[in-house]
Design a protein around this ligand. Sequence first.
Ligand SMILES: Nc1ncnc2c1ncn2[C@@H]1O[C@H](COP(=O)(O)OP(=O)(O)O)[C@@H](O)[C@H]1O
Ligand SMILES: [Mg+2]
Length: 372
Amino acid sequence: MIRLDNLTKHFPGLERPAVDGLSLEINKGEVCVLVGPSGCGKTTTMKMINRLHEPDEGEIYIEGKNTREINEIDLRRRIGYVIQEIGLFPHMTIAENIATVPKELNWPSEKIKKRVNELLELMGLKPAIYRDRRPPALSGGQRQRVGVARALAADPSVMLMDEPFAAVDPITRARLQNEFLRILEQLEKTIIFVTHDINEAIKMGDKIAVLRKGKLVQHSTPEELLDAPANEFVTQLVGRNRSIKRLHLIRVEDIIAEDFDKYSVKLDCSREVIEEKLTKSEIGALMVVDEQGCLVGRVDNRSLKKKGDSSEELYDEIHDQVTADSTLNDSLSVMLESGEGYVPVVDEKRGNFRDIITLQDLLQEVRNEDEQ
Ligand SMILES: Nc1ncnc2c1ncn2[C@@H]1O[C@H](COP(=O)(O)OP(=O)(O)O)[C@@H](O)[C@H]1O
Ligand SMILES: [Mg+2]
């Protein structure tokens, strides 16, 4: 799908090339993550693919076609680019920002409007609310989503994403990563994703390409990278305790047992039943679910001090949860943030309660990996 053939790029004043003899093949539908320390040539590589920089040597092929032979308009349609630091135009509305490429391609205005609304929906931003706002009125996470929507606007087959989630806090970032992976399942896209964060690379990549000083050091699956680092540089990058790194690779849904009965009560559950069930709960709490099975709150011994005879009257709000497609590391971050030794797991589509994941579960996974 994408083939980089021996790419080299020099900049005046640098003693070595910014990118040095880089060859890489990315299959259709794959997420390839370029990872490496600052200055190793990641952004320069992206800009060459997009022809914002011309390589000094080497060729780039997209779907078998040399990019030198693709005209600029066509290239813009085929490649969506999420630039580092998001780069939204602050004086333009969200809708105008997303419409940038379709406008350049002279789409009719009705078609642009429809596409913008569709993308806002896809990103979980209500068009009626967000279309006409400007970037400074949005949170960091929302701006990142708009940056992704803008790159997707003309439905390119290739997406270049340069540190797309770097500017937000870790919990928001984890949420954006999961959302993005979910969106990708619906859209057949080939992605080159740049990060300097090895954990993000392990989580997001089908393949990881490690760069150092403009050169490719290793190109493999995340599993292979953890199991067989090519050299000392990669070993340092992934860290010595690789079983802990695997927390970024394992999804919650792979280890939960769907114990929703053991840990949950319905809204109409009586105080007596709650008291009885609480004595058996290993986490000292029960999740309260509505008629549809959606998580609405929790009860523990403290909530029982309130007046009331059913979970509906007793429950406390719940702020921390993870979706089943989150990684074990995402769950650990949420536990550290909430200060609880567990976190409820919900279905990513409907919010149905599925199970509890505890710190013990995570430790057990690390031990299992160590034994293997
Ligand atoms: N336009 C430019 N002019 C001169 N040097 C540049 C230019 N762009 C990047 N560089 C240099 O090239 C090297 C690689 O940069 P870059 O590709 O941005 O790294 P990364 O994205 O991996 O942090 C760095 O040493 C950087 O200073
Ligand atoms: Mg960069």
